[in-house]
Write a protein that binds this ligand. Sequence first.
Ligand SMILES: [Zn+2]
Length: 704
Amino acid sequence: MKESMNHEEFPTETPAVVTCGLPYANGDLHIGHLRGYIGADAFNRSLRTLGQQSAYVCGSDMHGTPVAVNAEKEGVDPEAFALEWHEQYEETFPQFNVEFDNYGHTHDETNTELTREIVRTLDEEGHIYEKEIQVAYDPDADQYLPDRYVVGTCPYCGEKARGDECDEGCQRHLEPGEVEDPKSSITGNSAEYRERTHKFFRVSAFEEYLTEFLDGLEGTSNARNQPRQWIEDGLQDWCITRDMEWGIDYPAEATDDLVLYVWVDAPIEYIASTKQYTERVGADKYDWEAVWKDEGEIVHVIGRDIIQHHAIFWPAMLEGADYNTPRAIAATGFITINGKGLSTSRNRAIWANEYLDEGFHPDLLRYYLTTTGGLQQDVDFSWDAFQEKVNGELVGNVGNFLYRSLLFAHRNYEGTPDADVSEEVASRIEGAIEEFREGVNDYSLRTVARSALELTKFGNEYIQRNEPWKLTDDEPERAAEVIRDCVQIAKATAVLFEPVAPDKAQQVWEQLGEDGAVADAHLKDALAAPPRSFDEPSELFSKVEDDRVAELDEKLEAKIATASEDDVTTEDGEDEESTSEREAADEAPTAADLEPIADERISFEEFLELDMRVGRIETAEGIEGADELVRLEVDIGVETRQIVAGLKQLHDVDELPGTQVIVMANLEPAELFGVESNGMVLAAGEEADLLTTLGDAGPGTKVK
Ligand SMILES: [Zn+2]
C-alpha cells in the first residue's frame, strides 16, 4: 500500500543508505533506544536480502547541551565525557547484532569539515541571515543559557519545557527566547534576557518545496502528517547558532563565540558517516556521492519526537545545499514498560547491559521489538509478554519446526533427501518471499518477520498432515518427498528470518551444511537446493520458565522502588536521552495531571440510555484532506456502521482491521470532511488508546 508513486520499488539500481537517529553520547542505552537501532538494522539487512545495494551508517552525537550539561555535572571536559560514551556504544551495538557499516561521531574531522562546507554553501546561496534576539542569561553563573541550560513553560501548550523542545507536552521544537518563565538549569535562578546577534536559516522559504517533498515521502504516516500540520500553521525560520563553546564553530571569523546548533551538525553526520564508509571500502564498492548527491535511496529511522528535525529542517538544509533528500522517514513509537512510560530517572527501563546480563540471546529481543507492534505504534515491554513471544512463536513454531524436520532428515537421510520440492511447498515459499518483499516496500518489519514465522507455522502443519514417520517403511519415496519439502522450508526460513534474527538464521544456515553467511543470501536462495548432507541439528531456542519471569518482574519492581526513594531525596530530574529514541512522554499520569471527575452525577436510567456495543473494525482507510481522520467500517453485530475516528496519526491504519472496539451506537450521526460518521469508537486519552474487551464478547454485545 504505497502512498507515493514517485519511487521505484526496492530493489532499485541506485544504492541505498539506512540511518538511525544519533544517540546523544551522554548515558547508557536502554531498550527504548535499541528499538530504533535494531529496526533500522533489520531494514538494512532486508534490503540486502532483496538484492539492494545498501549501507547502514550512524554515529554518536557529541555536541549540544545534553552532553555539555551532563559533562559539567560530572566536572569533566565535554569531549572526554562524550568520547567515553561513544566508545561504549561502539561495543554495545554489535552485542545486539546491530552492525553499522560505519559508526562515526559528530566531533570527528569528516563531520566538522562537511558541516562547515554545507553551512558555507547555505550562506552563499542566501539561505542564512543575521538577527538580534533575546537570549537567556544566568547572571550568577555568568553565562548564556542555550537549550537545555534553561527550563520553563512551553508557549504553545503550557507544559514544562526545555529550552529547545517541549519534551513533555506538544513536542514542538522551541526557538531561543520562546520558553516562558525561563530558569537556569545550573543555578535554578530566573534567567535574564540579553540581546545577541544570531544566525538564522530561512526555513520559511522552503514551504513550497517541503510540501512537495512530503507528498513523495515514504515511511510511516506520522512523518508526513505532523509536518503537513506544521507547514499549515506557518514555518518559522530557525536559529542555527548558540552561545556556547562546545560544538562546531560557525564558519566565519566574525562569529568566533558562536557554535552551530547541535541539530545542524547532527544529521550531517549521516552524510559524513557514509563518506567515511566509502573512504574505507572504495567508491567502486559503495559511492557516498551516488547516494547523497545523485539519486540514491535515503532511509531515515528515527524516534517520533524528532520528526520536525528530519522532515522539515533537514530536507530544507539538504535542498538548500544542493544535496539529495530522503526517500523515506520511518518514525517509531515509544517503548512502555509494563504499560507505563519508560522513565530513566525512575529506573523504569530495561538497560542494554541488564538484558545481556540476564543471559538472553539478542535475537530474542530483536524479534520481540520488531514484531510486537507496527513501527509507529508504541510497544509495551513486559517479561510476561517476552516469555509468551519466545515460548509461543520462537520455541513453539520456528524452533520446533526447524528442529523436528532437520533431525528427521539427518536421522533418515543424513541430510537432504534425494527428491524434488513439491509444487505446493514451492508456491508456499514463493508466497512468503512475496510477503517479505511487500514488507520491505511498506517499511513494515512486522510483515518481514511474519513471512518467516508463518512459513514455519505452515511447515509444522505440513509435517503433521503428512506424517512422514508413518511413511518411511511403506512409502519411502513419499516420505523422502515430504522431508525434502521440509528441508527447503527450513532453508527459506533462514533466508527470510535473517534480517530480524541474524545469529539464529546463521545457525540454521550452518545446520543445513551451507557455507558462508546467510546475510549474503538473496531471496532467490530461499528456493535453491540445500547441500546434500548435514549433521545432527541442535535446538535453536529454549523456553523462558515461569519462575524466571517472576524473578525478573521482582527485580524490575525493586529497582523502580529504589529509584523512587532516591527521587525524594535528590532532585535529579535530568534524564539521559537520545536524538533517536526518547522515552515515552506518557508517563503514568499522577492524580494532579488528570481531569477532575465531573461534579454532576447522572441517574442509572440516564446511563441506560447510552447504547454501547462491542464492535469489530472491518476496514480502515484515511480520509483525503483530513490529517487525523480514518473512515472505518465497524461490524456491531446487528449491522455494519461507517464511523469516522481521529486515529490516523496515532495508529497504523493498516493494522486496525480485526481490532475489537467499543462503539457508542446511539450517538447522533455527524458529518466530518463530507463523510458521515454513524457512531463513535471509544478511546482513552491523547494517544487515542482504543477501548476493547478482555473476554470473547462478540460484535453486537451490549456494554452495561
Ligand atoms: Zn508544548
